[in-house]
Design a protein around this ligand. Structure first.
Ligand code: OFO
Length: 202
């Protein structure tokens, strides 16, 4: 009888410790603010559709013989996917649930280089509005950690809009001049290569 009693003591202690651990885990598990989680998941959809749109633009450019611009746009598409992944990981790490969206079909034809960069800029402006909305929600919900995280996207949008405007200005200057478009495409290739070099040096 005594033997059984002494043998059950360690089992009881283990069970008690496990219960304490569980209690501690439940108390410390972060739960993401649901309103913030919702807008971040909506942002995942936007980043994913940016990636798809630029992939389609890259493919169109490649088929039209604009190989430099295609390289630039393939890279841009990859970057947008990274933006999406950053959001997925952030939501999951903060105790939320990231929802992976269905792949939306982007347009296939773009008519001209000018049309490509006009729609790219229009798209980026919409993404900026959406990022600003996330900032707004974070402040309203007093979620300062997500507010801090989303600042990276605020700066990224600033850079991307400025770049798209710059490219558009050049294209407007070139118009339909074939020689100008040839040089433009070469510049775009150099831009893609130089951002590769910067990334490799980081
Ligand atoms: Fe995700 O940076 Fe623009 O869209």
């Amino acid at each position: 009888m005594n033997n059984i009693f002494f043998r059950t003591i360690p089992i009881c202690i283990n069970a008690f410790n496990t219960a304490l651990d569980l209690l501690f885990l439940l108390k410390t598990k972060q739960v993401m603010n649901k309103t913030v989680e919702k807008v971040l998941n909506e942002q995942i959809i936007k980043e994913s559709s940016s990636s798809q749109l630029y992939l389609s633009m890259a493919s169109w450019s490649e088929n039209q013989g604009y190989n430099g611009t295609a390289q630039f746009l393939y890279k841009h598409s990859d970057e947008e996917r990274v933006h999406m992944l950053k959001l997925v990981k952030f939501i999951n790490e903060r105790g939320g649930i990231a929802k992976i969206p269905a792949i939306e079909k982007p347009p296939i034809n773009f008519d001209s280089m000018l049309k490509i960069f006009e729609s790219l800029l229009a798209h980026e402006i919409k993404v900026t509005e959406s990022i600003n909305n996330v900032v707004d929600v974070c402040l309203k919900e007093k979620d300062y950690t997500t507010h801090n995280f989303i600042q990276w996207y605020v700066s990224e949008q600033l850079e991307e809009e400025a770049l798209a405007r710059n490219i558009l200005d050049k294209l407007k200057m070139i118009g339909n001049d074939k020689g100008g478009l040839y040089l433009f495409d070469r510049d775009m290739e150099n831009a893609a290569i130089s951002t590769d070099t910067v990334a490799a040096e980081k």
